[in-house]
Design a protein around this ligand. Structure first.
Ligand code: AMP
Length: 289
């Protein structure tokens, strides 16, 4: 397994690999890898085939964190991550530095960003205003540096995946975007590097996210015509979340799965997402109803 830190080395490897090997599949991550990431790596290998190459990028991207968010405390464990990648048969781990990705920001030499303007301002974008500008910019840069044929993202970050799909299509980027299912703990909590922040009591209440999503699905499927007014289902679900003392709801949203347009009436096939705080830890999850 190759470890690459320099941007030019990565791009040279990608260009050479395009000439000599099969498909290249990229899995972008911020590290602190868990079984969710591993499932994306396996999916990438399946798509690239045995003759192809799998690249995992590990980069905690500063531009997608807000000023009061957890950039400096975000969990990092590179030795463990490298062992996992090696075990999973990854060909290249790409680990760029901040100074190479965003050189001379103080001198304003870094001044180019990618902005998706329709899907980004909703939901996560409302709570984290600059987040998706950081995500689309870094993903675009990673695409240019690794030149993949396909890239795998998790359905756990549903809005992010939809935005990347839109960006790739709008900018005619020749990368196939693959969205892989959410991997969960035994009690249904979606795996996340941020779960490590939860204390014992918070962790024990955290399955409320999947319980609320599952309850919503049950309500929709058992309603007449399999549909219900958004305001009605919202108030049932909010009451459910209030039963967990440590859970503080940020938002519940019901939306069209492609356009992410909010819905007045929720039906079978509509999508639901929610974000809940436990102390300072913000957890997100989503489901197709
Ligand atoms: P992160 O390292 O949190 O930026 O995530 C990197 C990629 O892994 C993103 O595409 C996420 O959507 C995906 N991911 C994170 N958690 C999970 C999970 N529990 N199941 C599947 N994919 C996930």
């Amino acid at each position: 397994m190759k470890q690459i830190r320099h941007l030019k080395t990565m791009q040279r490897w990608a260009l050479d690999s395009k000439r000599t090997s099969g498909k290249v599949a990229l899995v972008p991550t911020m590290g602190c890898l868990h079984e969710g990431h591993v499932s994306l790596i396996k999916r990438a290998r399946k798509s690239a085939g045995t003759a192809g190459k799998v690249i995992v990028s590990i980069y905690v991207n500063p531009t997608q964190f807000g000023a009061n968010e957890d950039f400096s405390s975000y969990p990092r464990d590179l030795t463990r991550d490298l062992n996992i990648c090696d075990r999973e048969g990854v060909d290249v781990v790409f680990m760029p530095s901040d100074t190479s990705m965003y050189p001379d920001t103080t001198e304003k030499e870094y001044s180019t960003y990618v902005i998706e303007s329709s899907l980004s301002p909703k939901m996560e974008g409302k709570s984290r205003p600059a987040h998706f500008k950081g995500v689309t910019t870094v993903v675009c840069k990673l695409f240019m540096l690794t030149l993949p044929d396909m890239a795998v993202f998790g359905a756990k970050d549903y809005q992010q995946a939809a935005i990347i799909r839109r960006m790739t299509s709008n900018l005619n980027i020749p990368v196939k975007v693959i969205i892989a299912p959410t991997i969960r703990e035994k009690d249904g909590l979606a795996m996340s590097s941020r779960n490590a922040y939860l204390n014992k009591e918070e962790r024990s209440q955290s399955p409320i996210l999947i319980q609320t999503l599952t309850e919503a699905k049950g309500i929709v499927r058992s309603s007449p015509d399999q549909s219900i007014q958004t305001t009605k289902i919202q108030s049932i679900l909010k009451a459910r979340i209030r039963t967990k003392k440590l859970a503080k709801l940020d938002y519940i949203a019901f939306f069209d799965p492609v356009t992410l347009q909010p819905l007045d009436k929720v039906c079978k096939g509509s999508h639901m997402a929610l974000a809940v705080y436990f102390g300072k830890t913000r957890l997100i999850d989503n489901i197709r109803l």
